[in-house]
Every structure is written in structure tokens, then in C-alpha cells.
Design a binder for this molecule. Structure first.
Ligand SMILES: C[S@@+](CC[C@H](N)C(=O)[O-])C[C@H]1O[C@@H](n2cnc3c(N)ncnc32)[C@H](O)[C@@H]1O
Length: 340
């Protein structure tokens, strides 16, 4: 591919066949890689992750791997595009304000907007904590001649960022998460940015759900090729599992509730009486799924964000106990369980 175009992004967003989505995003990957000129010094500190007090901001290299999680990237692009379309229909006479937190070196999720909407209709603030990623994202936007869409582009921590006004964005998008909401700071970022979203504003992803399932781990299969093409393994694992309960749902209601509580390090989620479990299966798994926007979702094995996570094995020793689940908001954020 020599250049990006409106046609390329129209085709990409209309594409439904996994194999074609992967091919098209591979060519976008090549284009972006070939047009970034920032120093390629492996010893540069910016090749490292940044350890924040509320999670790890992945290195530019890992952020590129996230881009290469192609079904994820495609669904997030599509979700943002649809959200902008809807906001423009709702407010045709004013600019739609978008905040993109954690753009990575490719700034990928907003790229379709820069070709499919007019710059008189949208304005985008971009924030990123990693200086290398930000420099690279700036270069890409300049290289493709789209600076007119960007109002601000700042190297700043999204968990601390305080825009000038509350309730100012129509859409806030951030994909700063890992499976089961572990390690990365998505929850802290949303907790901080939520007050800057308009009342009827759209948060992307709209909902992240982590559910608990019981299984027999010895019967679980693993994908032996690209996991997003291996629906038979996913189906065979799903058949033998029993749904236990929802552990956390990160959405606007969760954020509203937590906002009123302020500065908690541990958010109590739910508890489970082990003797109440009506299942033979004794291994517990966290299964993550995303409603990115309306009907655009990501379910198990469709992306790295939705791979299963082992939670716990129930042994005879704890049969009379309860498990209490909470979400820990420190430098290693994750769901934690306490047996009581
Ligand atoms: C998983 S990558 C996603 C990159 C890109 N948005 C995409 O979808 O491919 C997450 C990015 O968010 C950035 N990030 C993580 N925590 C951040 C924070 N607290 N403030 C600003 N950026 C952050 C990381 O440096 C990384 O570039």
C-alpha cells in the first residue's frame, strides 16, 4: 500500500470476513511501520513499559502487538466510527469532541475517522504516557496530513489528566486493559476520565464483563493455531463449563458508583459460598467479554483481551468457606480473592 485513503477505510470497516480483515490490517501495519522515522534504539528507555502506581503502561513494542490483535483493532475502529456517526446525527450543528487515551505508536483507533469524517465535524484530544509512542503517533498524523483533526496531543498520564472542563467529551475511548482487567490501568483511567464525559456521552469500551465459570481444567483445550480462527476449541470448552456468577462489570454505572466513594484501594465486588456451587467441576476460570459499542462485541478467544484466566481450584479443605472477590487498584491491578 502506497497511501491511506477514504476507500481503504470504507472497505476495511465494511469487511466482515476475518481473513480479509487480517490481510487489510497487515497492510496498514506495514504502511505505518515503514513511515515512522523515530529513532530505533533498542536501549532507549521508551522501549520499556512504564510502571505506574495503578498499573503497567505497555511498551511501544507491545502496543504494536496489540494493534496486531487484528479482530480487536477492527472492532474498536468500527465501534468508534459508529459512535461518531450517531453523535453527528444527534448533534449535526456542532463539533463532536473525542478523547483518545493511550494511543500507542500507531494511534490506530482514530485513523478511519480522519478519512471518513470532515475535520469541521470532529475534534480529537490524544493523550499517551509513553514519549516514544506519542512522538511516533504525532509523526504519523503529520505524515498523512491530518493535524487539522487534532486539538491537543499530550504526553500525560490518563489516570491523572484533568481537562479544563468537566462534562466536555462526547466520546472517550481507551483500550488500556488486559484479560480479566489485570495488570493495565483501564479501571483507573476510566475512573479518572469519567467526570469529563458528557452525561449522554459514549464510553468505549461500553462494558467490560468478567464472569466466573467452573470447569474441569484437564478437559479444556487450547487453540493450536491463530486463536481467533479456532472457533471449534472455544465451543468445545464452553460446552463443559458452568456459569457461576458475574464478578465485575466495568461500565458507566460501576464508575458512577465508585466515583462517589473516592480513593479506594480495594473495591469489594461479590462473594461466593463454595458449598452452594451445584457443579462437579472444581476449577474456576475468569472469562472476559466486551461490549465495545452496542452490537459490536468481543467474546472469548476473539482477542488477547478475552482469553480465559485461571482463578482457583476448589479443594476439600475449603469446601465450607466463602470466597470474597474484590478489585485491587494498586500498581498491579487485578481481581483478588480471599478465602474466609
Ligand atoms: C494496549 S496499548 C493500545 C494502543 C492503541 N490505542 C491500540 O488500540 O492499538 C495501550 C496504550 O496506552 C498507553 N497507556 C497506558 N496507560 C496509560 C496512562 N495511564 N496514560 C496514558 N497512556 C497510557 C500505553 O503506553 C500504550 O501505548
Amino acid at each position: 500500500m502506497n497511501d491511506l485513503s477514504e476507500n481503504f477505510f470504507t472497505g476495511l470497516l465494511q469487511e466482515r470476513k476475518t481473513i480479509n480483515i487480517v490481510k487489510q490490517l497487515e497492510s496498514l501495519n506495514e504502511f505505518l511501520k515503514n513511515n515512522i522515522q523515530v529513532d530505533n534504539n533498542e536501549n532507549d528507555i521508551s522501549y520499556n513499559p512504564i510502571y505506574l502506581s495503578n498499573g503497567v503502561a505497555v511498551s511501544p513494542e507491545i502496543a504494536v502487538h496489540c494493534f496486531q490483535d487484528y479482530i480487536r483493532t477492527h472492532r474498536f475502529m468500527l465501534a468508534l466510527y459508529r459512535a461518531v456517526q450517531e453523535k453527528l446525527e444527534q448533534f449535526p450543528k456542532r463539533k463532536i469532541k473525542i478523547l483518545y487515551a493511550g494511543c500507542g505508536p500507531y494511534c490506530p483507533l482514530i485513523l478511519p475517522l480522519l478519512y471518513l469524517f470532515n475535520s469541521t465535524n470532529i475534534e480529537i484530544d490524544v493523550i499517551e504516557i509513553n514519549p516514544y509512542s506519542l512522538k511516533s503517533a504525532k509523526q504519523i498524523i503529520s505524515f498523512i496530513g491530518k493535524n487539522q483533526y487534532i486539538k491537543k496531543i499530550l504526553c500525560i498520564d490518563a489516570t491523572q489528566y484533568k481537562p479544563e472542563k468537566e462534562d466536555c467529551f462526547d466520546i472517550i475511548i481507551s483500550e488500556t486493559m488486559d484479560k480479566a482487567l489485570e495488570i493495565e490501568p483501564q479501571v483507573s483511567i476510566f475512573l479518572n476520565l469519567f467526570s469529563y464525559l458528557k452525561k449522554e456521552g459514549i464510553l468505549i469500551p461500553e462494558k467490560v464483563t468478567v464472569d466466573l465459570y467452573a470447569t474441569d481444567i484437564r478437559k479444556e483445550k487450547s487453540s493450536d493455531y491463530e486463536f481467533y480462527l479456532d472457533t471449534s476449541t472455544t465451543k468445545s470448552n464452553q460446552i463443559q463449563r458452568t456459569f457461576i456468577k458475574n464478578i465485575i462489570t466495568l461500565d458507566k454505572s460501576f464508575l458512577k458508583l465508585q466515583h462517589s466513594k473516592k480513593n479506594q484501594e480495594n473495591i469489594y465486588l461479590t462473594s461466593l459460598k463454595i458449598s452452594d456451587l451445584a457443579t462437579e467441576n472444581i476449577d474456576l476460570l475468569y472469562i472476559t467479554s466486551l461490549k465495545i459499542y452496542k452490537s459490536i462485541t468481543l467474546s472469548e478467544d476473539e482477542s488477547l483481551l478475552t482469553l480465559k484466566v485461571y482463578a482457583l481450584t476448589l479443594t476439600d479443605k475449603i469446601i465450607d468457606s466463602q470466597v470474597e472477590f474484590s478489585y485491587r487498584l494498586n500498581n498491579d491491578p487485578r481481581i483478588i480473592k480471599k478465602i474466609i
